[in-house]
Design a protein around this ligand. Structure first.
Ligand SMILES: Cc1ncc(COP(=O)(O)O)c(C=O)c1O
Length: 430
């Protein structure tokens, strides 16, 4: 522990540690926050959590969770393969399958487990069968800015327990330039060997840049590799893009069936922590056999199934989204409006969705800016300075009013003027 004990105090001394805030009460986007360090309490307007449709506080979602606890208790205390599933699991799987237009779905506790299970199971299989030999290598292509759950799962696929158990063939991993189908095509051409199983994996909406993967162009590239698998991480796209919030396929007017018709196998990961008022994740596919494999792979066996309350909340939330896509429209309108307001005031934004990164001049530490914004104006955004390039990360949601959005921008302008004497827009261009 010596290194840790020496290290973390220095992180704090350099003011590089994340802030610590405790929420005491929540009403819509208004929160009563306690700053843990100072003990000070303040009312904050939230622009940093991912409840993008505002369903986490919806009465029907809360009551579905309470009914589930009443019926099944607070946890299932086991994994599906060893202790079975509850009926709510099956209902949620069916609901996601209908939402994503893929007939088979399997649930996990979160995205990290889902990605880990998929890559581990897909690359290395799970149960040795007499007479079955797995001989084909896997080539994985991953966007350079993919989420950590993908990067970790892909890296682990080269060394996970499945490989040791089944002596499965090698996994080769290549990154391609962010959202660059031409680079993807080049890397595929240079790296593919006969008999490879090809997997391409991408965030649908990138969590730190707020941009959208170029799905149509990627499909055009992959059409030259029949049998390749395209894995889409829909953590930030479900409920957010596409006319009815259906996600990236709807956004590009390209169904999973259209992708499959080009010879490409679509696999979609949905998560429930953003649009679906809960926690948990799901892998959906056309293959019923993949579900059996996911159920049997070490990641799924090694942990518990989704708790009843989380399952019921996600189920009810997705039903609401499918019944009332207006919330998704409001979210998109809010994102467009806020982006315009910020740009009109000279702030540099990235991407095109409700995840709105704002770049600051290099000499401005995002933490300094965000702390002033919160403590002086009561507006809460996330400063980012070590998991991605420095920026403010603003997440707009469907509950924000025009007044909220204007208040954020006024507060950003006030902060800029108070903290940075030189005109900000000039600094940005230096
Ligand atoms: C692209 C992406 N994938 C996966 C995750 C993890 O999702 P969860 O926390 O719902 O498991 C995130 C989290 O923000 C994400 O941005």
């Amino acid at each position: 522990m010596q290194v840790v004990d020496d290290y973390w105090p220095q992180v704090i001394a350099a003011d590089l540690d994340p802030g610590h805030y405790i929420c005491h009460a929540k009403h819509g986007n208004r929160m009563l926050l306690e700053c843990e360090q100072s003990g000070r309490r303040l009312e904050a307007l939230n622009f940093c959590n991912n409840d993008i449709l505002g369903l986490a506080q919806e009465a029907s979602v809360k009551s579905a969770a309470m009914v589930a606890i009443d019926h099944f208790g607070t946890t299932n205390s086991g994994c599906p393969a060893l202790s079975g599933r509850i009926d709510l699991h099956r209902q949620l799987e069916q609901e996601i399958s209908a939402f994503k237009h893929l007939p088979h779905t399997y649930l996990f506790l979160n995205a990290w487990m889902a990605m880990q299970a998929f890559f581990d199971g897909f690359c290395h299989l799970a149960i040795q069968v007499p007479g079955f030999r797995h001989t084909r290598e896997t080539l994985i292509l991953t966007d350079l800015l993919n989420h950590g759950c993908i990067t970790t799962a892909v890296v682990n696929a080269g060394s996970r327990s499945g490989r040791r158990l089944t002596q499965s063939p090698a996994v080769r991993i290549k990154s391609y330039r962010h959202c660059d189908p031409a680079d993807l095509a080049g890397r595929l051409a240079r790296n593919t060997r006969p008999d490879d199983r090809i997997v391409v994996v991408t965030d649908a909406v990138f969590s730190m840049d707020g941009d959208i993967a170029p799905l149509s162009d990627m499909v055009d590239v992959l059409a030259d590799y029949p049998g390749s698998v395209l894995v889409l991480d829909e953590a930030h796209s479900s409920g957010a893009i596409g006319a009815s919030g259906g996600g990236i396929c709807e956004h590009f007017n390209l169904s999973p069936a259209d992708i499959a018709a080009r010879g490409i196998e679509p696999v979609i990961m949905t998560t429930f922590s953003k649009f679906a008022a809960s926690a948990g994740a799901a892998i959906s596919s056309r293959s019923p056999w993949l579900m059996g494999l996911l159920d049997a792979c070490p990641t799924a066996i090694g942990t518990i199934s989704l708790p009843p309350a989380a399952t019921a909340a996600a189920l009810e939330a997705i039903r609401q989204v499918r019944r009332q896509p207006e919330r998704c429209r409001t979210l998109r309108e809010n994102a467009i409006f806020l982006r315009r307001l910020l740009q009109d005031q000279g702030f540099e934004t990235l991407g095109e969705t409700h995840v709105i990164p704002v770049l600051l001049p290099p000499e401005v530490h995002p933490k300094t800016f965000a702390r002033y914004l919160l403590e002086r104006t009561g507006v809460w955004v996330s400063p980012i300075w070590y998991i991605a390039k420095p920026r403010l990360r603003i997440v707009v949601n469907a509950l924000h009013t025009e007044q909220d959005l204007r208040r954020l921008v006024d507060a950003m302008v006030e902060t800029r003027e108070a903290v940075f004497p030189t005109p900000f827009s000039t600094q940005l261009r230096v």
